[in-house]
Design a protein around this ligand. Structure first.
Ligand code: G3I
Length: 362
């Protein structure tokens, strides 16, 4: 079976992919796991290179991966990721410099375990950003400089960055990133970016940063979407609002949450976690035809919106390639069978991929 799939994919390697059909509108990207950049699996590599012209590291360029202990940088996986992109002629995006998650606690503690001073944390932020951005200077098109600085109600997230440095941590991050690679594009990235209160907060922040002369090239709408959220109206209003700031709009972590959840919520708050139950894992043996149809309709709604706003959208990145790798198999409930992406668990394009390509060929 795998041999047949491999032959099909490799023989189709020269076949058209998403990047060919959509590539005149915007960059077509995918988040890659560490394993996917090893080249160990020809089927995986063939699928990625056939359909995508842009990549972002799902995890290996986050603070916990690059600097797990102060001053001890781990470059092997990130170097391989960047090299993979360069070898395949892809645009490489950096994710992420300053975030409340996947950032080691040592950043926020002094040598005796007390809360780090403003001066110490500022110096550590500068060192991390200058070391990381400097290493890949000229090789990475742009960076998610700050990720998820706001709550959905528009208030500042009370991260340790915020608690120690105040909201000024944000401008520090953009200043340091620009110092380290003046040619790199700099992005603000967040989820639930169609929620009006958050939209207003992000617009206010970006205006403030620009007024201070800081570089903010794009606003990243992560787009961990659902079958019923965001509303197309709110989604479109946000694209328009972010573009009106003079920024590119990027869809940076697109996937679709189609499983039931214990309580109604949207977004991608990584700290959410609930117990497993059969009731919450209804499609572990496959999707019913009517559910698959609804999912496909939703994908077309999204890509039709992106097409209509392609003059404002410069990148659409899927948060993964295959359903098998998706974080949604384990969030917010561990061990489920999710269907959030455009390629199935055998890296075969779902039928909707052809429909999306046809949409852009009209
Ligand atoms: O590296 C450890 C490994 O040593 C250990 O054996 C394994 C099992 O415990 O865990 C590994 O760490 C995992 C890490 O991904 C790297 O694979 C963490 O448990 C796991 O929680 C983490 O999940 C990532 C998540 O961010 C964590 O915040 C997802 O893969 C990743 O897709 C997700 O991506 C974020 C974006 O960066 C920001 N926007 C939201 C998005 C979804 O949460």
């Amino acid at each position: 079976m795998i041999a047949v799939l491999l032959w099909l994919s490799v023989s189709n390697a020269s076949a058209q992919g998403l990047k060919d059909a959509l590539g005149e509108s915007f960059l077509v990207g995918a988040a890659l796991s560490v394993e996917q950049t090893t080249g160990h699996d020809s089927l995986v590599t063939a699928t990625i290179t056939q359909h995508f012209n842009c990549i972002v590291a799902e995890n290996c360029m986050k603070p916990e991966a690059l600097q797990p202990q102060e001053g001890q940088f781990k470059w092997r996986k990130a170097d391989r990721f960047v090299k993979f992109g360069e070898e395949h002629g892809m645009t490489v995006i950096g994710h992420v410099l300053v975030w409340h998650a996947q950032t080691p606690d040592w950043f926020f503690k002094d040598s005796v375990g007390n809360t780090a001073s403003k001066e110490l944390l500022t110096q550590r932020m500068r060192t991390h950003i200058h070391t990381v951005v400097g290493r890949y200077k000229g090789r990475i098109k742009g960076w998610d400089v700050v990720n998820e600085a706001f709550e959905d109600d528009g208030s500042y997230r009370q991260s340790q960055w915020y608690q120690i440095l105040g909201p000024e941590y944000i401008e520090l991050a953009y200043r340091f990133a620009h110092e380290a690679d003046p040619a790199a594009e700099l992005y603000y990235n967040d989820f639930s970016m169609s929620v009006p209160a958050k939209r207003e907060a992000v617009c206010r922040l970006v205006r403030q940063l620009k007024e201070k002369g800081l570089r903010v090239d794009a606003i990243g709408m992560q787009s961990h979407n659902g079958l019923t959220w965001p509303s197309n109206e709110d989604y479109e209003a946000s694209i328009e609002a972010y573009a009106a700031l003079g920024c590119q709009v990027m869809i940076t972590e697109l996937d679709m949450n189609v499983l039931p959840n214990p309580e109604s919520f949207s977004g991608a708050e990584v700290s959410l976690s609930f117990d497993y139950s059969e009731k919450m894992d209804p499609y572990k043996n496959g999707l019913p035809a009517d559910v698959e149809q609804r999912i496909n309709e939703r994908w077309i709604e999204f890509f039709d919106l992106y097409k209509r706003h392609s003059h404002q959208i410069s990148r659409v990145t899927l948060w993964g390639v295959s359903d098998a790798q998706s974080w949604m198999n384990d969030w917010p409930i561990t061990g489920r069978t999710a269907y959030p992406l455009l390629f199935d668990r055998h890296y075969q394009p779902k039928p909707v991929v052809d429909d999306i390509m046809k949409l852009f060929k009209k």
